[in-house]
Design a protein around this ligand. Structure first.
Ligand code: ADP
Length: 163
């Protein structure tokens, strides 16, 4: 049984993340998408919202579950009796950060491997940060995220602006 864990902020999920999850689900027996509760990183959406967007998009896949976790990713992976971390690689700009993180995690937990996956080229430029910025400038982002995420982005960003 090969179980893999895909940790991240997913603030919010994009078609890039969803592409990685779908690919991972064809390779591993079980994929757990784990939304990080990171108190030092300010997120637009709550953990509950981020989990619910992901659940709606990918829990119909029989071997995918979505949950949240707090603290070290390697500890979470171990506690779940898994040995594989999945991360997505978009372009060279991701490489440095992902390389540092994978090697730090390997020092912390030599028994855990990080596996990098590349999304379809159509999604390789997508980032949650850029999508949030585009919405705040009035763009329609339905081609980058599921329609209910696009709606939630619009509502949240406009509400924040009014408040
Ligand atoms: P982080 O976990 O660094 O806060 P994210 O939640 O945005 O960042 O991303 C989680 C993982 O998914 C990271 O490995 C990131 O590189 C990857 N990722 C983000 N956007 C995409 C995309 N468009 N295509 C493929 N992988 C992506």
């Amino acid at each position: 049984m090969k179980k893999a864990i895909y940790p991240g902020s997913f603030d919010p999920v994009t078609y890039g993340h969803l592409d990685i999850i779908t690919r991972a689900a064809t390779i591993f027996d079980e994929v757990i998408v784990a939304v990080a509760i990171n108190r030092s990183k300010e997120c637009l959406f709550s953990v509950k919202e981020r989990v619910s967007f992901l659940k709606r998009a990918r829990e119909p896949l029989a071997n995918v579950t979505v949950t949240s976790f707090e603290g070290l990713a390697v500890k979470y992976v171990r506690d779940n009796h898994a040995r594989i971390i999945i991360r997505g690689l978009r372009m060279i700009s991701d490489f440095e950060y992902e390389f540092q993180m994978a090697l730090t995690n390997r020092k912390l937990a030599p028994d855990i491997e990080t596996v990098f996956m590349m999304p379809h080229q159509d999604y390789s430029y997508l980032s949650s940060a850029l999508i949030k910025e585009a919405v705040s400038l009035g763009a329609d982002v339905k081609q980058f995220v599921p329609v209910y995420v696009a709606e939630a982005l619009k509502n949240k960003i406009l509400k924040n602006r009014k408040g």
